[in-house]
Design a protein around this ligand. Structure first.
Ligand code: 9MR
Ligand code: 9MR
Length: 587
């Protein structure tokens, strides 16, 4: 070995040792990479247990505009991480800034202004347009992500698990449109249920905000709010999934097995409508009852739609009363029928929450006490955090929304309902100051499931309802805190929304983003988020609960996008924007 070679190996070794000894934290300053409202709370998290001062500066570092002291040291419950909070809520001046912590570094730049999340709100809704099935996306609306049409779904075979007298073996139906569920190309009624419920609730809660929102989609020029035009794309698909002969709803419209990482127009595998199930049929009943209320105002634009939705809802409800216990159990189905179906299962064997939600929406749309009466057997005012397999709270939120127009039977539970909501969110409020990121999100390891960002967004929604019913500002601040979490104030340092922020997912598990040959992923999509379950067995740089995230297309367990977590992001960011605009106008 030559001396020179020997020396360079030695130097390399030394560098290796020193860099190991003082392992540098990536992005030691974590904050919402988009920004803050002038008159709302402003919090960043600094990963340190030593330094204690910070300042806000113009991005060129020439002007210090605010000096502050970091809060006391907090310790993570999941790792040895220690943090201190930089609170600069008192600084209210519009502009673009960075946060500097001497000895540590500086943050990504962020803005302080009104409507600071306007772009994120629009992008998060527009992402549903990019998920549209059975249509091409033209440059006018999709920009560089224009693409050919995929999955016409005009010849969907009734799977042997789903045949009936009038739809025997070999029968096929037309089931076009809808949104792709996630990074895959299938359409699942159960997951569409919570997604549609969340989107339509957003509209019912903030109609003025959405009436003014322009998304630049093909329907933007009609006189219907763009959000409702977009939702209609999926509603029309859902309606095709009901068997008109008995009212039952097929669980999903799917390939037998997942497609490869290809563009949607590339895949030509046969599509199936599989077994009808109680969960799917109840979710369908809830969505169509709710849709009937919302689209009633647009009878002129969509003649008959509201009536068809309500008819479909009642028919679905009647099917579930006769079939209260039909589980979609993919393993059992595959033992009995061919071909085997190995795409997403969305299996659920507890239907109480679905019954509760469907009964509630039917009650609110028809004001027929009989529906509310049936709800009483399922816990009339129980509230738990929504997820695709637990939709009870969606009904409770609707009851809170309309508490001025309830019949006496439902009104008597109103106080209890509010109390239950507040007790759920107060658990998080009480834990805020122990959490190293000072968020409702992430106080419990249980938050970090597959799609943890959906948990975060749903907590944010619950906090927004708590704010509505109590008028207590602290809930609004905490809701914004959970939005801050998704936009960068978290264990990974990522803003989890594609295209929003400086450090964002570049390789989501999303077939079009992966296969289109364009560097930037499709914008406005929320990655699943930290998930120490790591079921995909991909490469992760940390297995700590709030850090187990992998920005690789391999990682469907932490980096897939999905409509059921994008929808609560839409709700939360829009609700916050709408509320801030209202405050501004009141000032
Ligand atoms: O792409 C699929 C994704 O949508 C699902 O969430 C995930 C879990 O069901 O599965 C993904 O598909 C993978 C399959 O399960 C195994 N082979 C590789 C597929 C693509 O990564
Ligand atoms: O969100 C679903 C998660 O709760 C499950 O644990 C996981 C495995 O069954 O599936 C997730 O849903 C995926 C679905 O099965 C297929 N499309 C992509 C969804 C998001 O990863």
């Amino acid at each position: 070995m030559t001396d020179r070679k020997y020396t360079s190996i030695l130097i390399a070794l030394l560098i290796g040792i020193t860099s190991c000894a003082q392992e540098k934290v990536q992005d030691p300053i974590r904050l919402n990479q988009i920004g803050f409202y002038p008159n709302a709370s402003k919090v960043a998290v600094v990963i340190t247990d030593t330094v204690s001062s910070f300042y806000i500066s113009t991005p060129d570092l020439k002007n210090k505009v605010f000096l502050g002291t970091l809060g006391e040291v907090r310790s993570s419950t999941f790792s040895s991480k220690k943090t201190r909070i930089a609170d600069f809520s008192k600084f209210t001046k519009d502009g673009t800034y960075v946060l500097v912590v001497p000895g540590i570094g500086q943050s990504y730049s962020f803005e302080i202004k009104n409507k600071v999340h306007d772009e994120v709100a629009k992008a998060s809704i527009k992402s549903f347009y990019f998920q549209r099935v059975s249509t091409s996306l033209s440059e006018q609306y999709a920009g560089k992500w224009k693409r050919k049409a995929g999955h016409p779904d005009n010849n969907v075979v009734i799977h042997p698990s789903a045949i009936s007298a009038k739809r025997p073996e070999g029968f096929s139906i037309s089931s076009p449109r809808g949104w792709y569920d996630a990074g895959d190309y299938n359409k699942y009624i159960v997951n569409s249920g919570i997604t549609m419920g969340t989107m339509l609730s957003a509209y019912e809660d903030f109609p003025i905000y959405f009436n003014e929102l322009n998304l630049n989609i093909p329907e933007s020029k009609n006189d219907v709010p763009d959000l409702l035009d977009e939702v209609l794309w999926n509603l029309r698909w859902m309606l095709t999934m009901q068997d008109p002969d008995d009212g039952g709803v097929y669980h999903k419209c799917t390939n037998a097995k997942f497609d490869g990482m290809v563009m949607p127009d590339f895949t030509k595998l046969p599509r199936y409508a599989v077994q009808k199930g109680t969960a799917a049929t109840l979710d369908f009943a809830a969505v169509t009852a709710l849709a009937s209320r919302v689209y009633r105002k647009y009878d002129k634009q969509f003649p008959g739609l509201a009536d068809s939705c309500l008819r479909a809802s009642v028919l679905a409800w009647q099917w579930t009363v006769k079939n209260p216990d039909v589980e979609y159990n993919q393993r059992a189905i595959n033992k009995q029928f061919d071909p085997d179906i190995t795409t997403g299962a969305y299996g659920d064997s507890d239907f109480k929450d679905e019954f509760s939600w469907a009964a509630t929406e039917l009650y609110l749309t028809t004001k027929d006490d009989a529906y509310y009466q049936s709800l009483l057997t399922f816990g009339a005012s129980t509230i738990t955090l929504p997820s695709w397999n637990n939709v009870r709270a969606l009904g409770q939120y609707s009851l809170l929304r309309f508490n001025k127009s309830l019949t006496p039977l439902a009104l008597k539970d109103d106080a209890e309902r509010k109390k239950n909501l507040l007790s759920m969110v107060d658990v998080w409020m009480n834990g805020l100051n122990q959490n190293i990121y000072q968020t409702a999100m992430g106080q419990s390891k249980k938050d970090f499931v597959w799609g943890s960002n959906g948990v975060c967004a749903n907590q944010g929604i619950a906090l927004m309802y708590a704010y509505q019913v109590s008028d207590d500002q602290k809930y609004l601040d905490a809701a914004i805190g959970n939005l801050d979490y998704m936009l960068g104030r978290n264990g990974t340092g990522y803003s989890f929304v594609t295209g929003s922020g400086d450090k964002t997912p570049m390789h989501p598990h999303h077939r079009p983003s992966e296969a289109d040959g364009i560097v930037d992923p499709i914008p406005g999509l929320l990655a699943g988020g930290s998930n120490p379950g790591m079921q995909d067995k991909c490469s992760y740089s940390s297995s700590v609960a709030d850090e187990a995230y992998s920005d690789t297309s391999c990682s469907y367990a932490s980096n897939e996008i999905a409509i059921n977590w994008n929808a609560p992001l839409v709700y939360l960011v829009s609700a916050i924007e709408a509320t801030q605009i209202k405050h501004q106008k009141a000032q």
